[in-house]
Design a protein around this ligand. Structure first.
Ligand code: ATP
Ligand code: MG
Length: 480
């Protein structure tokens, strides 16, 4: 994954957002836990401490009340009521011992417990008649219960102020979480918008430029090669676009060259024919049958050249527009070559040229359109016969090469090709400078052969030395 690509950029920015959101969720979760702990402490410690403190104060007061009433009246009912409140005070005091937490409250509670124990024991001993000096014990009990009341109130107030401060703390935490959530959401929206803006800008801008270039091409203007600073996918698109423009330019130039070549190729023989016909019509050589005959020969030869040109033009145009798709079938190149040799035998024997074939019988088939390969090979063998003088020799060989290729060679010991012409002989209408005069041709044969071989996935090339001969080679992929 390239980070300079569209996918890479989107993935990276989304990942960053995802990490931030996850971090924030963990933060909110952690804070909620803290707030929960505080609320739990308040409900399980502070509120019970406050409630039980109230209850203990009231029970102690009631114990005092019924102890004194019993003292005065000796009524057994007051004694029982005293005992009831004492057991309530005992149990409340026991509960307080369980719920009180924290250093400050524990210290106060220890003192409360001490005072309560003293108060409870003294009250009990007095009401049970173990104390006889009532006035003294009453004074002492009053003193202890006053201190006890004071300390229970202190415990209650401490719990009260503590739970208020805890609530304040939890409120502050909630406020902080809300504040941070809002801040986080706003920054996320702003960040996501900024990233989206940056991403769309870096993608949209080069795409717009590409669109402008496409419009130029649609209007028939081929822009110069251009480069874009963009994600690599768009850069690749731009580079493909440049290749496409280069090909379009090339094909337009080829078309222009083709039109000019065609018109030249057709005009030249037509002018000669017209000129000769005009002279015959004017009776310029009426009394000279020999010259008249030469004019007729010119008309005949130029007509043939014209027909050959027109046929060549039609053939290469068909190949260009690919109007007849190839029928690819396994076929034997050896058989194709032998057929051509048989067909051209009269020409070879007319020029006393020896055609030597080195074509093994067990060659594998190639996947090809028989007709088309035959046309390509015929052009090569035809050229060899055409450009080799009398008593020359042509060697045709086929062999397997590479992994899955057949290599065909057509070699002659004819006049060869000038070094300057060799790189251009496969171009349309290119004829070697030495051939133009004596050997007739349109300069299309090799262009046609090249087109056919390329369409079969093969390659074609030539080696030659002027005066020593030429070798034309092509490869074809084997059929599976
Ligand atoms: N075997 C060869 N020996 C020497 N020159 C050759 C040979 N084959 C091709 N050439 C050179 O290459 C040029 C192009 O060949 P190509 O077959 O395309 O055209 P052509 O033979 O001139 O005309 P045609 O269209 O009738 O084939 C020829 O004009 C010739 O100069
Ligand atoms: Mg030719």
């Amino acid at each position: 994954m390239k980070l300079t690509g569209i996918f890479g950029r989107l993935a990276l920015t989304n990942l960053i957002l995802l990490v931030l959101i996850s971090y924030f969720i963990i933060y909110v979760f952690h804070k909620t836990e803290q707030i929960n702990t505080i609320l739990h402490e308040v409900t399980s410690v502070h509120l019970p401490v406050m409630g039980d403190s109230e209850k203990l104060i009231s029970a102690v007061q009631r114990m005092n009340e019924f102890r004194l009433k019993y003292q005065v009246t000796g009524d057994r009912d007051f004694f029982d009521r005293f005992a009831g409140f004492k057991s309530e005070a005992d149990s409340v005091n026991g509960r307080l011992a369980e719920v009180v937490m924290g250093k400050s409250k524990s210290d106060i509670y220890d003192r409360v417990n001490e005072l309560y124990t003293a108060f409870s024991e003294m009250s009990e001993s007095q009401i049970n008649g173990r104390e006889h000096n009532y006035a003294e014990t009453n004074r002492q009990l009053e003193d202890v219960s006053f201190k006890l009341d004071e300390h229970i109130n202190l415990l209650k107030n401490t719990a009260d102020s503590e739970w208020r401060s805890l609530l304040e703390r939890s409120n502050r935490m909630v406020g902080k979480v809300v504040h941070k959530s809002v801040l986080f959401m706003v920054s996320c929206i702003v960040g996501a918008a900024a990233v989206a803006f940056f991403n769309t800008r870096t993608i949209a801008r080069p795409l717009r430029k590409l669109g402008e270039k496409t419009n130029e091409v649609a209007a028939g203007i081929f822009p110069d090669r251009f480069s874009l600073e963009a994600p690599y996918e768009i850069e690749r698109l731009a580079s493909d676009f440049n290749i496409m423009i280069a090909r379009l330019k090339e094909s337009r130039e080829q078309k222009e060259e083709f039109v000019s070549n065609v018109s030249h190729e057709l005009k030249t023989p037509l002018s000669s024919i017209k000129e000769a016909a005009q002279m015959l019509k004017e009776g310029a050589f009426d009394n000279d049958p020999e010259s008249s005959r030469r004019l007729l020969d010119i008309i005949d030869a130029e007509s043939e050249r014209l027909i050959a040109s027109v046929n060549g033009i039609i053939e290469i145009s068909r190949l260009d527009i690919n109007d007849a798709p190839y029928e690819m079938k396994p076929c034997s190149v050896g058989r194709i070559l032998r057929n051509i040799v048989t067909k051209t035998e009269p020409i070879a024997s007319g020029k006393k040229i020896a055609v030597v074939c080195d074509i093994p019988d067990d060659l594998p088939d190639v996947s090809a359109d028989r007709e088309m390969i035959s046309r390509a090979a015929e052009n090569l063998i035809g050229n060899a016969l055409k450009y080799t003088p009398e008593k020359g020799e042509i060697n045709i060989s086929v062999k397997k090469t590479g992994e899955r290729l057949l290599l065909v060679s057509v070699k002659d010991n004819g006049r060869g090709i000038a070094e300057a012409d060799l790189p251009h002989i496969f171009e349309r209408y290119r004829r070697g400078r030495n051939q133009q005069g004596d050997v007739k041709g349109t300069g299309l044969g090799l262009a046609i052969a090249k087109k056919i071989i390329s369409r079969h996935g093969g390659e074609i090339w030539a080696n030659s030395r002027p005066g020593e001969g030429s070798e034309f080679l092509f490869t074809l992929p084997l059929s599976f």
